[in-house]
Design a protein around this ligand. Structure first.
Ligand SMILES: [Zn+2]
Length: 292
């Protein structure tokens, strides 16, 4: 039997603009109707979804074969100087994981927190300790969701590529969410084929091939200044070299999910999906032995 085709699935961050209703359940159907394959449920403003809705989303996602992930609330800060706020953040992250599981999502993305008055090293240590406790509960409850810490776009936020990879290397059960717009905004570079390859090779070197074969990726255009990310832009209206980026993903055999976070959502997700398909067939044609 041939192994399943290893490839990238494309989807939107939240409800597509064309969806007749602002509802995650309808969004699952709409994603499939549009010809996309993935959807990231947005818990970013809080966990307002009931268990009944979660169950419905789960059923619909199976029926329509839409791969679901979820994004935890923005206000989580695992490095809060206030013990109470840190505990609330841990609780919120756990509730997000449980809700993601109930809705049938396989991955939960979150932002670790802010440096505040701490050094980057102290912040890393604090967030690591906090996550160790959470991951231990995830294991004891058998929550079937991959926890993914995101590379963040603002320099005051914890989450450079190196920080994310070092945490994922040290904590069993923690995976990265690679947001290439954020990496670009934060570093002020990483916008060429060679640099994209360098990032992906680093991920593979630090976390192994499985991190490349089960990748979770965010993408959009981005406006930034010396403090990092200011605003998401449409890829086609930004200077992000998404054709070179996609070529790097194809050449290095990256598989998993790409979530489009640009304001145009589904139209750019579809544009990327089509470009990806073309680049893949070009590559496999060039790998066929020449006819004699
Ligand atoms: Zn995010």
């Amino acid at each position: 039997m041939r192994p399943a085709a290893e490839k990238l699935l494309f989807g939107t961050a939240g409800v597509p603009l064309s969806c007749p209703e602002d509802s995650s359940a309808r969004a699952v159907e709409e994603v499939r109707r549009l010809g996309l394959e993935a959807l990231e449920l947005e818990f970013v403003q809080g966990l307002n979804m009931g268990t009944e809705t979660a169950g419905l989303i789960r059923t619909l996602s199976r029926q329509h074969r839409v791969k679901l992930s979820a994004h935890a609330p923005y206000f989580i800060n695992l490095n809060s100087p206030e013990a109470g706020k840190k505990m609330q953040s841990q609780k919120l992250l756990l509730s997000s994981l449980r809700l993601a599981a109930a809705a049938g999502a396989s991955d939960l993305v979150f932002h670790g927190g802010y440096y505040g008055a701490c050094t980057p090293e102290e912040t890393l240590r604090n967030i690591k300790n906090s996550l160790r406790e959470i991951l231990s509960i995830v294991r004891s409850e058998n929550i079937p969701v991959r926890l993914r810490i995101e590379t963040t776009g603002k320099k005051k936020q914890f989450g450079s590529l190196d920080e994310v990879l070092s945490l994922c290397r040290e904590l069993e059960g923690l995976w990265p969410c690679l947001d290439f717009a954020h990496i670009y905004a934060r570093e002020g570079k990483v916008n060429s084929y060679d640099e994209f390859c360098r990032v992906l090779n680093k991920v593979e070197k630090k976390l192994g091939r499985s991190a490349i074969k089960n990748a979770h990726i965010h993408i959009s255009g981005v406006r930034f200044n010396q403090s990092g990310e200011l605003k998401h832009l449409n890829l086609e209206e930004s200077d992000f070299r998404f054709d070179e980026w996609l070529q790097a993903l194809v050449d290095l055999g990256v598989a998993g999910t790409v979530i489009c976070e640009s304001p145009a959502l589904e139209s750019e997700a579809l544009m990327l999906k089509n470009l990806y398909k073309n680049l893949r067939s070009k590559k496999s044609a060039s790998e066929q032995p020449a006819e004699t």
